[in-house]
Design a protein. Structure first.
Length: 308
């Protein structure tokens, strides 16, 4: 999985349009998402006392679509950085930093949109005991050590044939990302589940050209598995629908009166409402989890980021 996603000819490292050419994420689905993130940047900025330099770090930022959309919406003192293993795309504004590594220290907002679902992991299946699942479908050695500890605590298996995806690498990747903040807020946005609703047979799948395909680890497709979000370090979990509504995105139709007064403005507002409805649809992108972890902010200040 590591090689097929991030190797020399991996799905995310090869030249081309990147993830946006194969599937829709919130970061590229609609301008309303960028506006909501800009609102969140403003609230984090205020909570931090408006420092001279405010960092915006987009982890797993594709081809820089989100930060590019955010640039006109942010103060000039915001320092935008995309953390991405793919080469820097041509035409990206020069003021946007591009790096394969997380910064050593930052103050501001770190956001990771559909990054953790692509952090490689092991799949296991329950037989006589939980065993590692090989690519060819055969079962290998029993799960032991830290993997077994994670499985017992977060995703225990009992019925033969049921599967789990060991989320310890995601936990570690997220903890490492959060640790780069001296002060600020870390937000992960992703497909996910919690212990009370773990899928019986796992979620590992593939995507190519907008279609779901078999998860063959040959570099030709995205390999993704939903995230056990409750095992991640966090102060709060909520759905994207809840988060975006708290940030002013609700998907409501504009008033018909606007159509009579300003037809062009009504059509623009109607298009915005359609995009917002897609972002907040609980059966689609609106069902994503938001994992929020403040660093160096008071609990009261953190809770003020949500709607009353």
């Amino acid at each position: 999985m590591e090689r097929s996603l991030y190797g020399p000819d991996g799905f995310f490292t090869r030249p081309g349009p990147g993830p946006a050419g194969h599937f829709r994420t919130s970061a590229v689905a609609a301008p309303a998402f960028a506006r909501a993130v800009a609102t969140l940047v403003e609230r984090v900025d205020a909570a931090l006392g408006r420092p001279d330099v405010l960092d915006l770090i987009d982890v797993g930022g594709g081809r820089g679509e989100l930060v590019t959309a955010l640039q006109p919406l942010l103060p000039s003192r915001v320092r935008a950085t995309v953390v991405e293993v793919a080469p820097r795309p041509p035409g990206l504004p020069a003021e946007i930093r591009w790096t394969p590594e997380l910064p050593a220290a930052a103050t501001g907002l770190l956001i990771a949109t559909e990054w953790l679902d692509n952090v490689p992991l092991e799949v296991v299946e329950m037989a006589d005991v939980p065993r590692y699942l090989h690519v060819d479908g055969s079962l290998g050695e029993p799960v032991t050590g830290p993997d077994a500890d994670w499985l017992d605590h977060w995703w225990p298996l009992s019925e033969p044939g049921t599967r789990a995806e060991i989320g310890a690498p995601r936990d570690a990747a997220w903890a490492h990302a959060v640790a780069c903040l001296d002060r600020g807020l870390a937000v992960a946005v992703d497909y996910g589940h919690v212990r009370a609703g773990r899928p019986l047979f796992g979620t590992l799948t593939g995507y190519r050209n907008g279609r779901q395909v078999r998860p063959v680890p040959d570099g030709s497709c995205d390999l993704t598995a939903h995230v056990a979000v409750d095992s991640l370090v966090h102060t709060r979990l909520c759905t994207q629908r809840e988060a975006l509504r708290a940030l002013g995105v609700d998907g409501g139709r504009p008033p018909l009166e606007l159509a009579h007064r300003d037809p062009a403005a009504y059509l623009r507002a109607l298009a915005d409402a359609s995009h917002a409805a897609e972002l907040t649809d609980p059966a689609g992108l609106g069902g994503h989890y938001w994992v929020l972890q403040p660093v160096g902010l008071s609990v009261q200040g953190f809770l003020s980021l949500r709607a009353s």
